[in-house]
Write a protein that binds this ligand. Structure first.
Ligand SMILES: Cc1cc2nc3c(=O)[nH]c(=O)nc-3n(C[C@H](O)[C@H](O)[C@H](O)COP(=O)(O)OP(=O)(O)OC[C@H]3O[C@@H](n4cnc5c(N)ncnc54)[C@H](O)[C@@H]3O)c2cc1C
Length: 397
């Protein structure tokens, strides 16, 4: 997004501007460094941004980042579409006649031209109508759902346009084919009390090879490759009242955060450290290899050495023949886990929603059942009560 396309900040009652998804703050990048070493199979970065006065957050909140596509990706798509980029289109804006912008601007910051959606293929075919080529028709209808799914995997919109060219004649039609490009959320990895005027993020840079081409996630790619120190990024705060430290600083906390799931727990720990909270802290971190993937190792080990971080467990899945994950570490400590819960500990999980969060919940239930010497139903009841008391909170994606 260019600066000129951003709306002027509106004033809050207090006089400070209100920043939001549609009215982001242009934050200066202060630090952008790798947390993983070159030997890692992944790239995870630590990004520090400056925040405007009046932008305040609480540990547990997220930062929204408004992404833009890289110029080469947009140019490649314009070429495939046969447009020069300066053609005018109207960006529909609710309740207004819309904004006139160039098609290059639309493809850079308004429309999702990355990961190909099934809906985009259907809309594209609809636009082609009776002229839809046989290969495109073979992806339509409920009987071809699997073929469509298969076609979309690892492809982007440019691949569809290249495979079936000449269908979009009026660039305005792109607004009917593609979804809007949405901001991405990142769990905040810092305490504002520890870092006044700043916000820190822990970002896994998404890169993969799809059908012979190197691809990037739009937002993590922007943060990883196109956000050098001194550049500006459009951001806004996203409040999450469902993921909060206990109100009582003496309450123990257990935090399960593999990979980038560590982010909010760095914020929690920094906040408790800076405020002198006396409650016990238990952190479980995991990733592939200790040598290349141990995020914020020095900071956590220093906290452990001081006795502030009561218990630090790590699980590095690829460092031994049998895979060890965070849930395995938790299972090893199940008696202690139950003892902490009985002392009123809050239990937090952040990171991968697809498997890790479910596996961790299973171990939690097993540990509760064992501790209670009870049935799975009694364990489920105990966990239900924890949820109702906001003692079991998850930030999974
Ligand atoms: C509340 C919340 C908090 C979050 N916190 C964090 C955080 O702290 N750190 C963090 O890094 N992320 C976090 N995320 C995820 C983040 O918002 C983005 O989803 C992530 O960075 C990817 O966005 P992107 O724009 O880079 O990728 P996109 O352009 O959205 O592309 C990602 C897509 O690429 C496709 N893809 C990826 N790999 C492959 C492959 N090998 N083959 C084929 N297709 C593939 C997938 O379809 C995937 O959905 C959080 C999400 C939420 C909702």
């Amino acid at each position: 997004m260019s600066e000129s396309t951003l709306a002027v900040p509106v004033e809050a009652a207090s006089g400070s501007p209100v920043y939001s998804k549609t009215n982001p703050y242009l934050a200066t990048v202060l630090v952008n460094e790798h947390l993983t070493s070159p030997a890692s199979e992944k790239v995870t970065i630590h990004v520090e941004l400056e925040l405007a006065e009046g932008m305040t957050y609480t540990p547990g909140d997220a930062l929204g980042v408004v992404p833009t596509y890289r110029e080469e990706a947009v140019t490649e798509l314009l070429k495939a579409l046969g447009f020069n980029g300066s053609e005018k289109v109207i960006e529909p804006v609710k309740g207004t006649p819309g904004n006139e912008i160039t098609v290059r601007e639309a493809l850079t910051s308004k429309l999702g031209i990355g990961k190909l959606a099934r809906g985009a293929v259907n809309q594209y075919a609809k636009l082609a109508g009776d002229n839809a080529p046989a290969g495109l028709r073979a992806l339509l209808g409920s009987e071809n759902k699997a073929a469509l799914e298969d076609y979309c995997w690892g492809r982007e919109f440019v691949d569809l346009v290249t495979d079936f060219p000449g269908i979009v004649k009026d660039p305005q039609d792109l607004f009917n084919i593609l979804q809007r490009l949405m901001p991405r959320l990142y769990s905040i990895a810092s305490s504002q009390r520890a870092h006044p005027g700043q916000v820190h993020l822990t970002v896994r840079v998404v890169t993969y090879n799809g059908h012979g081409k190197d691809r990037q996630g739009v937002c993590s790619g922007m943060l990883g490759f196109r956000a050098p120190v001194g550049s500006k990024l459009p951001v806004f705060l996203d409040i999450n009242d469902q993921f909060r430290l206990p109100a009582d600083p003496n309450t123990p906390i257990i935090m399960i955060g593999p990979g980038t799931g560590i982010a909010p727990f760095r914020a929690f720990l920094e906040e408790r450290e800076v405020t002198g909270a006396k409650g016990e802290n238990w952190l479980v971190f995991g990733d592939q290899r200790i040598a290349s993937d141990y995020l914020y190792r020095e900071q956590f080990e220093a906290m452990e050495k001081k006795g502030f971080l009561t218990k630090l467990q790590t699980a590095f899945s690829r460092d031994q023949p049998n895979k060890i994950y965070v849930q395995d570490r938790l299972r090893e400590a199940s008696d202690e886990l139950f003892a902490w819960l009985e002392r009123g500990a809050h239990f937090y999980v952040c990171g991968d929603a697809s498997r890790m969060a479910k596996d961790v919940e299973q171990v939690l239930l097993e540990s509760i059942a064992k501790g209670l010497k009870g049935t799975p139903e009694q364990a489920a009841e105990y966990l239900k009560k924890m949820k109702a008391e906001h003692r079991y909170e998850r930030d999974v994606y």
